[in-house]
Ligand binder design. Structure first.
Ligand SMILES: O=C(O)CCC(=O)C(=O)O
Ligand SMILES: [Fe+2]
Length: 206
Protein backbone atom coordinates (compact mmCIF):
# COMPACT_ATOMS: atom_id res chain seq x y z
CA UNK A 1 0.00 0.00 0.00
CA UNK A 2 1.46 3.35 -0.93
CA UNK A 3 1.24 6.19 1.54
CA UNK A 4 -0.17 9.40 0.07
CA UNK A 5 2.28 12.23 0.69
CA UNK A 6 0.70 14.83 2.92
CA UNK A 7 0.17 18.35 1.64
CA UNK A 8 2.31 19.44 4.57
CA UNK A 9 5.24 17.59 3.01
CA UNK A 10 4.93 19.55 -0.25
CA UNK A 11 6.44 23.00 -0.80
CA UNK A 12 4.04 25.56 0.69
CA UNK A 13 1.44 26.83 -1.81
CA UNK A 14 2.18 30.06 -3.62
CA UNK A 15 0.52 32.28 -6.20
CA UNK A 16 2.36 34.31 -8.83
CA UNK A 17 0.50 37.28 -10.34
CA UNK A 18 2.31 38.35 -13.49
CA UNK A 19 1.98 41.91 -14.86
CA UNK A 20 0.71 42.90 -11.41
CA UNK A 21 0.87 46.67 -11.96
CA UNK A 22 0.02 48.79 -14.99
CA UNK A 23 3.24 49.69 -16.81
CA UNK A 24 3.26 53.32 -15.61
CA UNK A 25 2.99 52.32 -11.93
CA UNK A 26 5.73 49.73 -12.28
CA UNK A 27 7.92 52.35 -13.97
CA UNK A 28 7.29 54.93 -11.25
CA UNK A 29 8.40 52.50 -8.53
CA UNK A 30 11.56 51.60 -10.42
CA UNK A 31 12.34 55.27 -11.14
CA UNK A 32 11.86 56.27 -7.50
CA UNK A 33 14.08 53.43 -6.31
CA UNK A 34 16.91 54.23 -8.74
CA UNK A 35 16.81 57.91 -7.80
CA UNK A 36 16.91 57.29 -4.03
CA UNK A 37 19.99 55.19 -3.35
CA UNK A 38 20.61 57.39 -0.30
CA UNK A 39 17.37 56.15 1.30
CA UNK A 40 18.73 52.55 1.46
CA UNK A 41 20.61 51.20 4.50
CA UNK A 42 21.67 47.68 5.59
CA UNK A 43 18.62 45.52 6.33
CA UNK A 44 17.86 44.58 9.92
CA UNK A 45 16.44 41.34 11.31
CA UNK A 46 13.34 41.58 13.50
CA UNK A 47 13.43 45.35 12.78
CA UNK A 48 16.26 45.88 15.26
CA UNK A 49 19.30 43.69 14.85
CA UNK A 50 21.89 43.72 12.13
CA UNK A 51 22.85 40.09 11.60
CA UNK A 52 24.95 39.67 8.48
CA UNK A 53 24.91 35.88 8.67
CA UNK A 54 21.10 35.78 8.40
CA UNK A 55 20.31 38.54 6.00
CA UNK A 56 22.30 40.68 3.59
CA UNK A 57 20.53 43.39 1.60
CA UNK A 58 19.61 47.08 1.72
CA UNK A 59 16.26 48.37 2.95
CA UNK A 60 14.77 51.74 2.05
CA UNK A 61 12.58 53.85 4.25
CA UNK A 62 9.48 54.39 2.12
CA UNK A 63 8.29 57.97 1.66
CA UNK A 64 4.77 59.11 2.40
CA UNK A 65 4.03 59.57 -1.27
CA UNK A 66 1.03 58.88 -3.43
CA UNK A 67 2.68 55.96 -5.22
CA UNK A 68 3.24 54.13 -1.94
CA UNK A 69 -0.40 54.48 -0.95
CA UNK A 70 -1.52 53.51 -4.46
CA UNK A 71 0.67 50.41 -4.30
CA UNK A 72 -0.68 49.48 -0.86
CA UNK A 73 -4.21 49.81 -2.28
CA UNK A 74 -3.33 47.54 -5.22
CA UNK A 75 -2.11 44.88 -2.80
CA UNK A 76 -5.14 45.26 -0.51
CA UNK A 77 -7.47 44.92 -3.48
CA UNK A 78 -5.69 41.70 -4.49
CA UNK A 79 -5.87 40.12 -1.01
CA UNK A 80 -9.29 38.41 -1.14
CA UNK A 81 -8.48 36.53 -4.36
CA UNK A 82 -4.93 35.73 -3.23
CA UNK A 83 -6.16 34.37 0.11
CA UNK A 84 -8.79 32.29 -1.62
CA UNK A 85 -6.33 30.94 -4.21
CA UNK A 86 -3.93 30.04 -1.40
CA UNK A 87 -6.69 28.13 0.39
CA UNK A 88 -6.76 30.55 3.33
CA UNK A 89 -9.95 31.35 5.20
CA UNK A 90 -11.18 34.84 4.28
CA UNK A 91 -10.02 37.54 6.69
CA UNK A 92 -10.32 41.29 7.07
CA UNK A 93 -6.89 42.86 6.50
CA UNK A 94 -6.03 45.45 9.13
CA UNK A 95 -3.13 46.91 7.17
CA UNK A 96 -0.38 46.10 4.67
CA UNK A 97 3.13 46.69 5.97
CA UNK A 98 5.59 47.51 3.16
CA UNK A 99 9.35 47.29 2.91
CA UNK A 100 11.51 48.08 -0.14
CA UNK A 101 14.66 45.96 -0.49
CA UNK A 102 17.63 45.88 -2.88
CA UNK A 103 19.72 42.71 -3.15
CA UNK A 104 23.11 43.08 -4.83
CA UNK A 105 26.04 40.73 -5.45
CA UNK A 106 26.20 37.99 -2.79
CA UNK A 107 23.08 39.15 -0.94
CA UNK A 108 20.62 36.62 0.51
CA UNK A 109 18.07 36.00 3.26
CA UNK A 110 18.37 32.71 5.16
CA UNK A 111 15.31 30.51 5.90
CA UNK A 112 12.77 32.22 8.12
CA UNK A 113 9.07 32.75 8.62
CA UNK A 114 7.51 36.22 8.47
CA UNK A 115 5.11 35.56 11.35
CA UNK A 116 5.80 37.58 14.50
CA UNK A 117 5.32 36.13 17.95
CA UNK A 118 6.03 39.03 20.30
CA UNK A 119 3.29 39.24 22.98
CA UNK A 120 3.39 43.03 22.43
CA UNK A 121 2.20 42.76 18.82
CA UNK A 122 -1.13 44.33 17.94
CA UNK A 123 -1.82 42.29 14.81
CA UNK A 124 -0.57 39.20 12.99
CA UNK A 125 1.16 38.88 9.66
CA UNK A 126 -0.92 36.30 7.81
CA UNK A 127 -0.24 36.73 4.10
CA UNK A 128 3.15 37.63 2.64
CA UNK A 129 3.52 38.97 -0.88
CA UNK A 130 6.63 40.13 -2.69
CA UNK A 131 6.60 42.48 -5.68
CA UNK A 132 9.67 42.19 -7.94
CA UNK A 133 11.23 44.72 -10.29
CA UNK A 134 14.57 45.50 -11.90
CA UNK A 135 16.16 47.46 -14.71
CA UNK A 136 16.26 46.03 -18.24
CA UNK A 137 18.20 44.18 -19.38
CA UNK A 138 18.22 42.21 -16.14
CA UNK A 139 21.76 42.33 -14.75
CA UNK A 140 21.54 39.84 -11.87
CA UNK A 141 20.91 36.13 -11.58
CA UNK A 142 19.87 33.86 -8.71
CA UNK A 143 17.81 35.40 -5.93
CA UNK A 144 15.08 32.76 -6.23
CA UNK A 145 12.53 32.69 -3.45
CA UNK A 146 12.81 29.18 -1.99
CA UNK A 147 9.62 27.98 -0.32
CA UNK A 148 9.95 25.06 2.07
CA UNK A 149 7.32 22.55 3.16
CA UNK A 150 5.21 23.29 6.25
CA UNK A 151 6.45 20.00 7.74
CA UNK A 152 9.99 20.76 8.98
CA UNK A 153 10.90 17.08 8.53
CA UNK A 154 10.25 17.34 4.79
CA UNK A 155 13.15 18.38 2.58
CA UNK A 156 10.90 19.39 -0.33
CA UNK A 157 11.11 22.97 -1.54
CA UNK A 158 10.23 25.05 -4.60
CA UNK A 159 12.38 27.79 -6.13
CA UNK A 160 10.48 30.66 -7.71
CA UNK A 161 12.46 33.04 -9.90
CA UNK A 162 11.72 36.75 -9.33
CA UNK A 163 9.98 38.14 -12.40
CA UNK A 164 9.69 41.71 -13.58
CA UNK A 165 6.43 43.32 -12.34
CA UNK A 166 5.17 40.11 -10.68
CA UNK A 167 3.68 39.63 -7.22
CA UNK A 168 4.36 36.37 -5.40
CA UNK A 169 2.10 35.47 -2.45
CA UNK A 170 2.30 32.76 0.22
CA UNK A 171 1.27 32.20 3.84
CA UNK A 172 3.41 34.22 6.26
CA UNK A 173 4.04 31.11 8.36
CA UNK A 174 5.57 29.24 5.40
CA UNK A 175 9.33 28.95 5.80
CA UNK A 176 11.16 30.63 2.94
CA UNK A 177 14.49 32.13 1.97
CA UNK A 178 16.11 34.27 -0.71
CA UNK A 179 18.82 32.32 -2.53
CA UNK A 180 22.09 34.19 -3.09
CA UNK A 181 22.07 36.86 -5.79
CA UNK A 182 24.84 37.24 -8.34
CA UNK A 183 25.15 40.79 -9.67
CA UNK A 184 28.58 40.94 -11.30
CA UNK A 185 28.56 44.72 -11.92
CA UNK A 186 27.87 45.47 -8.25
CA UNK A 187 25.95 48.54 -9.42
CA UNK A 188 22.99 49.53 -7.25
CA UNK A 189 20.85 50.03 -10.38
CA UNK A 190 21.40 46.38 -11.32
CA UNK A 191 20.01 45.06 -8.00
CA UNK A 192 17.20 42.60 -7.47
CA UNK A 193 14.53 44.98 -6.15
CA UNK A 194 11.57 43.76 -4.13
CA UNK A 195 8.75 45.28 -2.11
CA UNK A 196 7.75 43.00 0.76
CA UNK A 197 4.09 43.26 1.62
CA UNK A 198 2.89 41.79 4.90
CA UNK A 199 -0.89 41.71 5.13
CA UNK A 200 -1.85 41.97 8.79
CA UNK A 201 -4.97 40.85 10.61
CA UNK A 202 -6.05 42.31 13.95
CA UNK A 203 -5.61 39.96 16.91
CA UNK A 204 -8.90 38.53 18.17
CA UNK A 205 -10.18 40.42 21.23
CA UNK A 206 -9.09 38.72 24.48
O1 LIG B 1 12.54 39.03 -1.65
C1 LIG B 1 11.95 37.99 -1.48
O2 LIG B 1 11.72 37.18 -2.40
C2 LIG B 1 11.48 37.60 -0.09
C3 LIG B 1 12.03 38.46 1.02
C4 LIG B 1 11.64 37.99 2.40
O3 LIG B 1 11.35 36.85 2.60
C5 LIG B 1 11.56 38.93 3.53
O4 LIG B 1 12.12 40.04 3.43
O5 LIG B 1 10.94 38.58 4.56
FE1 LIG C 1 10.28 36.67 4.41
Amino acid sequence: MSVQPSLLDQPAPHILRRAFLPVAEHRAILDWSLAHRACFAPSLVDSAQLRANIRSSLTARLPEQAWVEAFRRRVLDAVPALASDLGMAPFAPETVQLSLIAYNDGDFYRPHVDTETSPARKSDRVLSAVYYFHTEPKAYSGGELRLHAFNPASNRSADIAPEQNALLAFASFARHEVRPVACPSGRFEDSRFAINCWVRRALPAQ
